[in-house]
Design a protein around this ligand. Sequence first.
Ligand code: SF4
Ligand code: SF4
Length: 461
Amino acid sequence: MAPVPGTSGAVLDIDRLYIRRIDGGAYLVIDSISNSLDVVPDDTFRDVFVDCNCDSKYYGYYAKRYGTTHEGLRRLIEEDLEEKVKTTSVIICPSYRCNCCCCYCYQQSGAPVLGTMDEGMLERILGFAREILTDGVTEHNNLQLFGGEPFLPENEWIVKAILETCRDLKVPFIATSNLVQMDAFRRTLYVYRGYIARICTTIDGDRDTHNRNRPSKVDTDPFSTVVENIDYLLGIGIRVNVAFNVDRMSMDRISSFLDIAETKGWTDNPLVSLEIGRVDDRLLEGCADGIVSESELLESIIALDAERGLPGNIRLAFLKATEPLAQAIGLGFNQKEWGRSRYYYCWASTPSDRIMYIDSGGNVFRCTYTVGRPELRVCSLDVMRPDSGMPTGNVLLEDDECWSCSIGGYCSGGCMNTRRISKKRVCEEERANFDNFVDRVVIPWVRNKTEERGVRSVSNV
Ligand code: SF4
Ligand code: SF4
């Protein structure tokens, strides 16, 4: 197909577009690279996209809108990476021990269990953190605690040492905890509260669902303990992210989760962020029946919003390939992709943030899902450099199949963990997910817009 005059060599490459015939005599056309959507009436579609009539008055318009070259994409990627806020996070895992046994825990992979971090290892990690967090410090640099469960009584000296380093370096502290044994840390958290950016915890739906999905070895009603500890943290001015990790069995509990948040006054509390996450199976370990796809979950969130109205402090944390288009049509529900850049599937495959999880054996990991799996570590602390674990390259530019794929700019190669095991599974799941998203979310949105405006065509930009 010949380049269109006046369009910087843009070519209308139909094979790369996502095209679907819809009701009302029109086609839905989506370009995943420019994140544009158009409803094109049948006659125009035939003229431009089937007959490729360069003389059509619409041909130049669509070629410009949808014509991306490899070089153009390279520029877009560079510009986006340039604009992105950069973060350095050193995330310490004192041990993989836990006082709960959640049904979807990433760290129950049967890998050999390491003991609790000793003083020598903690000193080495904090020494490294001092160097890396003060080299190009930004307000987004932070020191974090992860696990296993970090707030175990035996970890008190580790938590204090980390908080003391935060105080000394003036970098914010973030912890991810189930809050089941946080009581023992109340005093410490109170003393250092000025350095604590937030505590991230989980409430899976209501009491029964939470206690079933996240049973504790030391507490018969972890739900009540978590709720009580969230209130304590809020009471001393610490921000709390309360996440609900949804699977197929708990999907109908989102409303109960919101009821609890409302009753507790969390929906109006500026210190609270309510997150909806998704249980996933990135290493294809066989819990597929319990996994709900991102498009199914988004569909149920949209229905819930129509039914009861969602609070302003709720945000989604599970959209990946569907995120740019969902945001563009106003259905992203406050999802913030701080670490992820466009044309990368997730933050862990975006080559800009320096984020490292370090465990008691000095193993370094990049992505949350891989923590505690020695075969998926990035390197050891012994050979650690500031940029260790930062991904290189971009799958869209390197893989011809992804470049010419109709959802390439959204999927961008998919999860690198799943991809290592089976690219075929990535493609099957991402394409099925996107098709469902178009059927259940995008087409109803288009229908509303065309009816509302009384027009035959609509576009998102
Ligand atoms: S991984 Fe598969 S679905 Fe994803 S962009 Fe590449 S070819 Fe398309
Ligand atoms: S590579 Fe990305 S998508 Fe895959 S598990 Fe890690 S963070 Fe999630």
